[in-house]
Write a protein that binds this ligand. Structure first.
Ligand SMILES: [Zn+2]
Length: 541
């Protein structure tokens, strides 16, 4: 003990005299700065949350001394990952609802609901994630058993794709829906002149209006749980793709509590209240919360044939999909964004919608050459239109795991010819020179290593399809990592704060448990240590 004391005294004394004093030194690592040319160093000096210097081991250890030294044991270090398109609040709602994902029968759905309710005692039960295609009968459920279990409590069970729900009679009554109700764009299932409780598409709207929000404190703790999940993967930033003005207060409270560590770039949905917030506040920065953009949803999804295509769906020749926001509104939002210096980020899946938005953004480009306006998903693009991404400097924001999840049916929706411009991340990258990469969680899981594998190998974690899904559209590992770090930062005007491990930028990084390799099949990976602005926020120990 005495020796140890003496030794540390000598060490302290020694460190006092040795080099410039900083808060933290990380050394013996493989530090990928993610700057151009991907320079790799061994050590990094950090002070006051910022990187003072990155360099060779001896250089940093000779020049600096620190109270805290981290030996990275030869592990790889990257700038903290950003998920450039996720939904924190929807994920929180999902965690607070009864989890029905993967139920093998409707009886299992009921068992899960009873279990959930015995613990939660909700006055309004919301469940999510059932999928009748996994059941032996494979037919849509009816609400009889639900009514006998919950005669007086409203129950709403949302299907996995969000395009159908099963509700009990108590809720049908509250929503004013009966067997003779007609709702344009929606289907109310009726058997023997009685509603079965199954509502499809627009028929769900009267119920959606009644869904109560979860208590604020519960949402906050769910968000902290999600943050923990993200930090353990080394994700330190999220571009939250669509929030309301009211949610800002909730994030501010989390920021004030000092528990919210994620850099959060929240895009506002273009509601009246949100627009007046933007008009009043302009660019809004509150510590690690930044609001400087609108998220607009221009069409639907490909799976449900809501994405707007130039030519009809290959598996439904009478259907082109739908534009969900009228062109006049899109124009208005674009003008507003130009006026107040906001970024416009538009969900566009179909090739027709992409063309429309590319043209719209092109008009903005004439007024601002560095608008960085984004197309979220850019999922199906007419190959003739790719050039517009470079011509008008339009930022593609993509989710490589969507390609892997959709590959089972994408070709039947689009046909072979259109597949040339679908999930074409390499082609998009070649136009703009950058892509921002995310997952769209909770639609996909948050795991960035799964994203890397999907982007580079174009395969899922079972290594399927064997030859990769249109592998010519795969990115290199460095391109994919760029999309999750420096390009994601650029997509949120943050390149002077984070995204590379460069002198003067935030000391926000991840030390990964295993080296990131993409040959030889998918391998699970995690963070060994996650640091945000010099503060350890997750550690495997
Ligand atoms: Zn999304």
């Amino acid at each position: 003990m005495k020796h140890l004391f003496f030794a540390s005294f000598i060490f302290l004394l020694f460190s006092c005299y040795k080099g410039k004093s900083v808060d933290l030194i990380v050394h013996n690592g493989v530090i990928h700065t993610m700057e151009d040319g991907d320079r790799v160093f061994e050590a990094m000096a950090i002070d006051d949350g910022k990187i003072v210097e990155v360099g060779p081991e001896r250089q940093i250890l000779n020049k600096y001394s620190a109270d805290e030294m981290i030996d990275a044991s030869g592990k790889e270090i990257y700038p903290g990952f950003t998920d450039a398109h996720g939904h924190l609040l929807s994920y929180a709602d999902q965690l607070l609802s009864a989890d029905l994902v993967g139920s093998k029968s409707f009886d299992e759905v009921l068992v899960r609901l009873e279990k959930y309710q015995s613990k939660q005692k909700r006055s309004f039960i919301i469940g999510r994630g059932w999928d009748q295609s996994l059941w032996t009968s494979a037919t849509f459920p009816t609400n009889e058993k639900l009514n006998s279990l919950f005669p007086n409590t409203a129950v709403c069970l949302i299907r996995i794709d969000g395009h159908a729900m099963l509700v009990n009679d108590a809720l049908l009554k509250r929503a004013g829906i009966n067997s003779s109700t007609k709702i344009p764009g929606g289907i109310i299932h009726v058997e023997d002149e009685k509603c079965t409780g199954l509502l499809v598409d627009n028929a769900m709207n009267p119920v959606y209006k009644l869904l109560p929000p979860f208590p604020k404190e519960e949402v906050k703790s769910a968000l902290l749980e999600i943050q923990q999940e993200l930090l353990q993967y080394g994700i330190t930033g999220v571009h939250e793709a669509g929030i309301d003005f009211e949610d800002i207060a909730l994030f501010k409270e989390l920021v004030d509590s000092k528990k919210w560590k994620l850099f959060t770039y929240a895009m506002l949905l273009p509601s009246k209240k949100n627009i007046s917030f933007a008009n009043k506040n302009g660019k809004f920065t509150y510590k690690n919360l930044v609001i400087n953009s609108f998220k607009v949803i221009a069409d639907g999804a490909l799976g449900s044939r809501g994405a707007l295509l130039k030519q009809p769906y290959s598996d439904d020749p009478h259907h082109h999909g739908v534009l969900t926001t009228p062109i006049s509104s899109l124009d208005e939002i674009a003008s507003l964004c130009l006026k107040i210096g906001y970024q416009m980020n538009t969900h566009a899946i179909g090739d027709s919608t992409n063309k429309l938005i590319l043209d719209l953004y092109g008009r903005a480009f004439e007024k601002n050459k560095d608008h960085r306006w984004r197309i979220e998903h850019a999922q199906v693009v007419d190959p003739n239109d790719f050039i517009l991404f470079s011509k008008h400097a339009i930022f593609p924001s993509v989710q490589p795991t969507h390609a892997i999840s959709d590959q089972r049916w994408a070709e039947s929706r689009l046909g072979k010819v259109r597949m040339k411009g679908a999930y074409a991340y390499k082609s998009l990258l070649q136009q703009y020179g950058m892509v921002a990469i995310g997952t769209d969680f909770p639609i996909e899981i948050t795991d960035p290593f799964r994203t890397i594998y999907a982007a580079v190998q174009r395969k899922n974690e079972e290594n399927l399809p064997v030859n990769g899904f249109y592998p010519n559209e795969g990115l290199t590992l460095f391109e994919c990592l760029s999309g999750m770090t420096r390009w994601a930062a650029f997509a949120a005007f943050q390149e002077n704060n984070h995204g590379t491990l460069s002198k003067g930028l935030d000391a926000t990084f991840v030390v990964v448990e295993n080296p990131i390799r993409i040959s030889g099949g998918y391998e699970a990976n995690f963070s060994w240590l996650t640091v945000v602005k010099g503060e350890k926020v997750f550690s495997r120990d």
